[in-house]
Design a protein. Structure first.
Ligand SMILES: [Zn+2]
Ligand SMILES: [Zn+2]
Length: 348
């Protein structure tokens, strides 16, 4: 089979590799589509070293068709269409004992800590499979993982019907949160970014949201204006790093300033820089600040919403590439972030 192998940091090669063998409890998945994630961009640049040593096959957002099953696989059969939950937790650490798996101290992901779905075939334990109705387009099945990040963030922040929500960051994660939020509340949703093209893309698919370009307008002032001075019930931070725009607060502090008294801030951005906060801004509001990492249990909710047609998965996808062009895909994401959101690789 062929796979996109990250030969060294910054260099993919589409090459012949050995087709994986399956264990008794595993299925062999023929990959149809796989998505390139922001984490993959970090892996590509070597920023996840030593978690992701090269050479290896990344890819943790993917779906496919079962080509073969091991003798212990009970509930799935050859020909089933499946999305794969890439998360492997230990089951023993204090977080796992509380069933809080995304916080597992030795959390591992397919395609991050071991070979993943950027190949024509992959072996996956039955426990990580979710069946997808054949009526759902294959490219949408590959988006279940990233959409579940949005649903998980919503469940962490307890988004309720009628909530007013601000999302800082209109990248892949921010727009996945937007999709999930819109299944929960039809009240005001505000999206903040500095790239007009990303804001326009979201607005095209969700015309009733407000968008703010933080490079042009003071976002907190504008959020106050839109919410009649009250502030939002919930603010999500999905910018991904401490980004300094002259005269504008950093995104986490911006979230704190955006919410009402007793509101909630949910932080998802994974930056390496410390972020200065003025804690009394949080304390005066007696607000909750919490975090959201991967997903847990939201695959079923995402798939149900895909079946009901309540999501707009194509709004996330800007490009569909042949996997042989993967190097080009990563370079496009680095060089023109304003033009590309989710890139899907079409394997079959
Ligand atoms: Zn991801
Ligand atoms: Zn654990």
């Amino acid at each position: 089979m062929h796979a996109a192998v990250l030969e060294k940091y910054g260099r993919f090669e589409w090459k012949q590799v050995e087709r994986p063998e399956i264990a008794d409890n595993e299925a062999l998945i023929k990959v149809t589509y796989a998505g390139i994630c922001g984490s993959d961009q970090h892996i590509f640049k070597g920023e996840f070293h030593p978690r992701s040593p090269v050479p290896f096959i990344p890819g943790h957002e993917f779906a496919g068709t079962i080509a073969e099953t091991g003798p212990e696989v009970k509930n799935f059969h050859t020909g089933d269409i499946v999305a794969v939950d890439p998360i492997i937790w230990c089951g023993k650490c204090p977080a796992c004992q509380r069933k809080h798996y995304p916080a597992c101290t030795s959390l591992k992901l397919l395609g991050v800590d071991m070979n993943g779905g950027f190949g024509e075939y992959i072996n996956v334990p039955e426990s990580m499979l979710y069946r997808i109705d054949p009526s759902i387009p294959a490219r949408h099945a590959a988006l279940v993982e990233v959409l579940s990040i949005g649903f998980h963030a919503c469940s962490r922040a307890k988004v309720q019907t009628g909530d007013t929500v601000v999302i800082w960051g209109a990248g892949k994660v921010g727009q996945s949160i937007l999709q999930a939020v819109r299944t929960k509340t039809m009240n005001t949703v505000i999206l903040v970014d500095i790239l007009d093209k990303r804001l326009d893309l979201a607005k095209k698919h969700f015309p009733d949201i407000f968008t703010i370009n933080a490079g042009k307008v003071k976002p907190v002032d504008r959020i106050k204006e839109i919410t009649n001075g009250k502030g939002a019930d919930i603010a999500f931070e999905a910018v991904g790093h401490f980004s300094e725009i002259p005269g504008v607060v950093n995104p986490v502090r911006g979230c704190i300033q955006s919410i009402r008294g007793a509101g909630t801030v949910c932080v998802l951005g994974l930056g390496d820089e410390p972020v200065p906060l003025l804690m009394k801004e949080l304390i005066w509001k007696e607000a909750v600040i919490l975090t959201s990492r991967v997903s847990h249990g939201e695959f079923a909710e995402t798939i149900k919403n895909l079946e009901k047609g309540t999501l707009k998965p194509d709004a996330l996808v800007t490009d569909i590439l042949d996997p042989a062009d993967i190097q080009h895909g990563f370079e496009m994401l680095e060089e023109e972030p304003e033009n590309h959101l989710k890139i899907l690789l079409k394997f079959a």
